[in-house]
Design a protein around this ligand. Structure first.
Ligand SMILES: [Fe+2]
Length: 238
């Protein structure tokens, strides 16, 4: 196994357990075979149309194959410019944004964040799952009810001005909802609210505009039909 491959697997081990075994397949599928940079595009792990009608196949294809790939490519370009960063895991990079040399700090923040966030997001999408036992206990304990939890999450997703993400994070055993601008996330040292991400929604227009146009609220409502509660339960337990 090449060093760069080992680094990639280490970098995304928390969030790509289910797909890491398919990396070789992904390289062929997504045409990145032979890439020698540290980070690679992980596969979706399901078909583009798997989330229809709530998230359409064309959006998934462009979102994954174009947008996510661009974050990975630009992250690798930034690391090429700053050799001191070579060999660091993705989480090491994004947890220490303030320590990144200034010449590439913005690029690592945006593209490293973009890579991590999307890798997480793909795994949090699956139709026909239900909240697990520990998830329900955590949600009821933190928000009083599932209804309150959903309302607060929707409010946070709608409250992102421009592009960004809404998150559910675990902090000292309690679930908290927050949002981040652009490709920031709650693992970053620069985040206003920090914690372990449990769930998230991408509210960049590229995540929904083809199907929902300007109606972000409809996209956010539809998200409840494709949130992978099995993954949420796994993350709460881990
Ligand atoms: Fe996105």
């Amino acid at each position: 196994m090449k060093a760069n491959r080992r680094n990639f697997l280490k970098a995304t081990s928390v969030i790509t357990l289910g797909v890491a075994a398919n990396i070789s397949k992904a390289e062929k599928v997504f045409g990145v075979e032979g890439v020698t940079s540290a980070f690679e595009l992980p596969p979706l792990g399901y078909n583009y149309d798997a989330l229809e009608p709530f998230i359409d196949a064309q959006t998934m294809q462009i979102h994954h194959d174009k947008h996510h790939l661009a974050y990975v490519t630009k992250l690798n370009e930034a690391i090429e410019k700053e050799p001191s960063l070579k060999g660091k895991s993705l989480e090491e990079l994004i947890k220490n944004i303030n320590a990144i040399p200034e010449n590439v700090r913005g690029a690592i923040r945006n593209h490293g964040g973009g890579h991590w966030n999307h890798s997480m997001f793909w795994q949090l999408l699956k139709k026909d799952t239900k909240p697990g036992e520990k998830t329900l206990v955590a949600i009821n304990g933190s928000f009083g009810s599932m209804e309150n939890f959903k309302k607060e999450f929707e409010k946070s997703a709608m409250g992102v001005f421009g592009s960004g993400w809404a998150w559910v994070i675990l902090v000292d055993g309690k679930l908290i909802i927050c949002n981040t601008p652009n490709q920031d996330n709650p693992l970053m040292d620069i985040a206003v609210k920090k914690g372990k991400p449990i769930a998230c929604i991408d509210v960049w227009e590229h995540a929904y505009y083809l199907k929902y146009q300007n109606k972000r609220a409809d996209y956010v409502q539809g998200f409840w039909n494709v949130l992978n509660w099995d993954k949420v339960e796994t993350l709460i337990n881990s």
